[in-house]
Design a protein around this ligand. Structure first.
Ligand SMILES: Nc1nc2c(ncn2[C@@H]2O[C@H](COP(=O)(O)OP(=O)(O)OP(=O)(O)O)[C@@H](O)[C@H]2O)c(=O)[nH]1
Length: 198
């Protein structure tokens, strides 16, 4: 079995893989996501391309130092009517974002790329359509008071597996992609290669 490295500082990504019984090491990639995202946006890149490019850069960065391992990079972006949302800067930003998403549909795009020897071997982007309820300001303030510490590192300002689920009336797509990674496709690929027992 080839060594697997998850090039991510995301707790939930590591938890998803661990809960699936995968054996892997975590090495956080050192890339300036905001700088890269802003540059890509300035070039007119789509949310899909931004998620895919960032996922590949994270995987590649770690893979160049660990050429013999399979390195997984992942990135998630929120697309609301063509506008890209990232993790909220602060609580006020989370409130502004959630107000804009209230009563509307948005998409979460979770990209994953596997690199070996610094080169991409596999990639997938999971897409989920989220329909948010009409959220009152009163509820939104109370929600943020209860959840800010937990959701501050989550794209969109919510965690579906926590109180964030109450923000939604519909979720079309797979749960893992909402949490941050197209886990089903990723595990299928690793199993197909024989890097995970089937
Ligand atoms: N637990 C949880 N996390 C979520 C949810 N939605 C988005 N996230 C997290 O929001 C983060 C999206 O930011 P990214 O830039 O893709 O990843 P990151 O957290 O910076 O981690 P890196 O992979 O090191 O870049 C990821 O950690 C996602 O797992 C959710 O519903 N539940």
């Amino acid at each position: 079995m080839v060594k697997i490295i998850l090039a991510s500082g995301s707790d939930i990504r590591a938890k998803m893989l661990r809960n699936a019984g995968a054996v892997f090491e975590v090495i956080k990639p050192r890339i300036d996501e905001d700088m890269i995202r802003d540059a890509l946006l300035a070039e007119g890149a789509s949310p899909r391309d931004i998620a895919d490019t960032l996922a590949e850069m994270k995987a590649r960065k770690v893979s160049e130092k660990h050429p013999d391992a399979l390195v997984i990079g992942s990135d998630q972006v929120l697309d609301h009517a063509g506008t890209l949302y990232s993790k909220p800067k602060d609580r006020a930003d989370a409130k502004t974002q959630l107000r804009a998403l209230s009563g509307a549909k948005h998409q979460l795009l979770s990209a994953a790329v596997i690199c070996e020897n610094g080169k991409p071997l596999w990639r997938h982007i999971g897409v989920v359509r989220m329909q948010m309820r009409d959220i009152s300001d009163t509820y939104l303030d109370a929600y943020l008071t209860r959840n800010w510490e937990s959701i501050r590192h989550s794209v969109g300002g919510y965690k579906l597996e926590e109180e964030g689920v109450r923000l939604f009336s519909r979720v079309d797509g797979d749960y893992f992609t909402v949490l941050g990674m197209p886990l089903l496709e990723l595990l299928s690929y690793l199993s197909l290669r024989g890097d995970l027992e089937t």
